[in-house]
Ligand binder design. Structure first.
Ligand SMILES: C[S@@+](CC[C@H](N)C(=O)[O-])C[C@H]1O[C@@H](n2cnc3c(N)ncnc32)[C@H](O)[C@@H]1O
Length: 279
């Protein structure tokens, strides 16, 4: 009998560098860069960090439809060029969210990285052993919201990227966002979610938008029709308190990313700003 808890079975290595990873990591680096534009330090929290660095296995298929396609193209948008230079530091190596953050944070910034799988967490710790002002916690990342917010710097980016193996992850993300915003209303929160069916995503975002009284930016990239009920039709990022100019820039880089990654007739991308409800 397999007694492994369901959540322990997820290994991001199988998916690293796929089209959803590319969508999330280009956006993450652009958000970090927006916070880096000010001299004041900030806190980066990664609630579901993964192992940080991934070997792109020639036998695996998913990365070929993601980073593989970007490497075969010549991206022009500055955000794509910047992420590509950071995300593939050497051949066949792909960097995930904590390593991208570690590559760009300054001495005055702080990072708190949570990963609950002991094996993945040990690998992350090893990769970042020499790095100061970076705390790796091998525990439940949702706890970070209560433990760390608001940060003393009063500036921060909270990146929430669960595996969504359990439907409860959608509910937990909603709770993490509302709880986090009660503690730190001006923080930038970025949540990744799968698009399995457009209706499900829209219902989830609508429910969240009723609870959240801050500006929300929704970025979507899909490679199969969003009503196809595919296992992963597309990738969505919900950004609370989007930094200045991110929306405009996203409207430039996202269509280019779509052309590179998903050029079939069912593919598409969309950026929508959801204003806070009037009080
Ligand atoms: C989608 S992957 C993260 C990828 C990473 N954010 C990146 O962009 O490179 C999700 C990770 O969350 C971990 N995980 C699952 N439940 C968790 C929890 N409650 N707290 C912290 N980590 C968790 C999984 O082991 C997995 O490594």
């Amino acid at each position: 009998m397999d007694l492994t808890p369901k959540s322990m079975k997820y290994r991001h290595s199988f998916h690293a560098g796929n089209f959803a990873d590319v969508h999330k990591h280009v956006t993450l680096v652009a958000l970090l860069d927006a916070l880096l534009r000010k001299d004041a330090g900030f806190l980066y929290v990664d609630t579901h960090a993964g192992r940080g660095s991934y070997a792109l296995d020639p036998a695996q298929a998913e990365w070929r439809d993601g980073i593989g396609k970007v490497l075969g193209a010549t991206p022009r948008s500055p955000e794509l060029v910047r992420w590509l230079a950071l995300g593939c530091p050497k051949p066949a190596t792909y960097l995930g969210s904590p390593m991208l953050a570690a590559a760009v944070l300054r001495e005055l910034d702080r990072a708190a990285l949570y990963e609950s799988d002991p094996v993945e967490c040990a690998a992350l710790r090893e990769s970042l052993a020499a790095r100061a002002r970076t705390h790796v916690a091998c525990s439940d990342g949702y706890q970070a919201i209560k433990a760390l917010l608001p940060p003393p710097q009063r500036r921060g980016l909270i990146f929430i990227d669960p595996p969504y193996e359990e439907p409860a992850d959608f509910e937990r993300v909603g709770e993490a966002l509302t709880n986090g915003l009660q503690r730190f209303a001006t923080g930038v929160f970025c949540v990744w979610a799968p698009i399995k069916h457009l209706d499900d995503l829209e219902r989830w975002v609508t429910r969240l938008a009723r609870r959240i009284t801050r500006p929300l930016l929704l970025s979507q990239l899909w490679r199969a029709p969003r009503d196809a009920r595919a296992s992963l039709a597309g990738s969505a990022l919900l950004i609370v308190n989007p930094p200045w100019r991110i929306e405009d820039r996203m409207r430039a880089w996202l269509p280019e990313l779509q052309r590179i990654l998903a050029d079939n007739s069912g593919a598409g991308s969309a950026v929508s700003l959801i204003a806070p409800p009037a009080v």
